[in-house]
Design a protein around this ligand. Structure first.
Ligand code: 13P
Length: 338
């Protein structure tokens, strides 16, 4: 039987973090289109190959979250991606939610789907090599009206059910209740919303008796909205983020990972560095690391442009960013602070 706690903890090996390479077909198409790259299944395979088979990435990555399609694809080395990653000591994981749709009770908000056939799908993903999973819920901030308590509660309930189902299937759950950066809200408003979201999540987890020791939380940082002119300093972000986490997240969970959520690669790196330092100073009880998609991929995608001849330069940029993000964790990053 898999030791889920050991798997969850190994995602927090010192100096390492996660690459979120789990864009759905729709999101991957959108990401590639932003660089003028036409998408189709073969281009998505090359896109995955660019990052997943980058030599040296194993020095900085403990795990990679894949989209289900990628579990069945082969890299240019003719091996299935999960097998290539495992051979290099990188744990393969998979996104298992089915994406979002408008919440009927409040249609400007979103609810995440994918629970009904989850047990059957987990059996397949496990056979295909995945050892951990991810489920993303999103919370929209709009003035004082959104989010509604009903949308938060429904999303957190589904996250807890997902976690229990995944643990029963012998895999580690990463719970991602993302608070979206879109909007003109202040950092203080984001802090309040994140506190409500995480508080609700942890109380539902308690109610449903989800095992906490093999659970990983993937969270947003506390940031002002993308249309707010006030730019947060890394120290402000770190203080608010760590304080909210320490007030809501129990010490027993395996660890906390951050999403980049639309920050630039430099912002996501600088904020992580400040969070990591402040977390250590405050003796945060869980290890913390990165689980970025956009902040790790953007620079490489701009260089790659979907062309074979640009692969070396793109991979060099990817590894350079990984090195900076890993350095941002500081020494002893994989250890719990207390
Ligand atoms: P970003 O780092 O681009 O926010 O993506 C993380 C992720 O996993 C989104 O589901």
């Amino acid at each position: 039987m898999t030791d889920l706690v050991a798997v969850a903890r190994s995602l927090f090996t010192s100096g390492k973090g996660l690459l979120a390479a789990d864009e759905s077909v729709q999101t991957a198409t959108k990401r590639l289109a932003a660089y003028g790259i036409p998408a189709g299944e073969e281009m998505r395979r090359q896109y995955r190959d660019l990052f997943l088979l980058s030599p040296g990435a194993e020095d900085y990555l403990s795990g990679i979250i894949l989209f289900s399609e990628t579990l069945l694809q082969k890299g240019n080395d003719k091996k299935l991606f999960p097998a290539s990653l495992s051979a290099r000591g990188i744990l393969p994981g998979v996104k298992v939610d089915g994406g979002t749709e408008p919440f009927p009770a409040s249609p400007k908000e979103f609810i995440t789907n994918g629970l009904f056939d989850l047990p059957e799908r987990l059996i397949e993903y496990k056979k295909q090599g995945a050892v951990f999973t991810k489920w993303r819920a999103v919370t929209v901030i709009e003035g004082d009206q959104l989010p509604t308590a009903a949308a938060i509660h429904e999303n957190m309930k589904r996250l807890a059910t997902y976690a229990k189902t995944v643990q029963a299937a012998g895999m580690v759950p990463i719970l991602e209740p993302e608070v979206l950066i879109t909007g003109s809200h202040s950092r203080a408003r984001c802090r309040k919303v994140l506190e409500e979201v995480l508080g609700t999540l942890l109380s539902v987890i308690e109610e449903q008796s989800v095992d906490r020791a093999s659970l990983v939380l993937k969270t947003s940082m506390v940031l002002a909205g993308s249309e707010n002119e006030r730019k947060d300093t890394p120290e402000e972000v770190a203080k608010d983020t760590v304080e909210v986490l320490m007030a809501t997240v129990p010490r027993q969970i395996a660890g906390v990972v951050f999403l980049s959520g639309g920050q630039t690669p430099d912002q996501a790196t600088e904020n992580l560095s400040a969070i990591s330092a402040f977390g250590k100073a405050q003796h945060a009880p869980w290890p913390m690391t990165f689980s970025y998609a956009r902040a790790l991929q953007e620079e490489a995608l701009a260089l790659w442009q979907g062309k074979e001849e640009n692969v070396p330069a793109a991979r060099e940029a990817f590894i350079a960013r990984l090195r900076k993000v890993s350095e941002a964790l500081g020494a002893g990053s994989g250890e719990a602070g207390a």
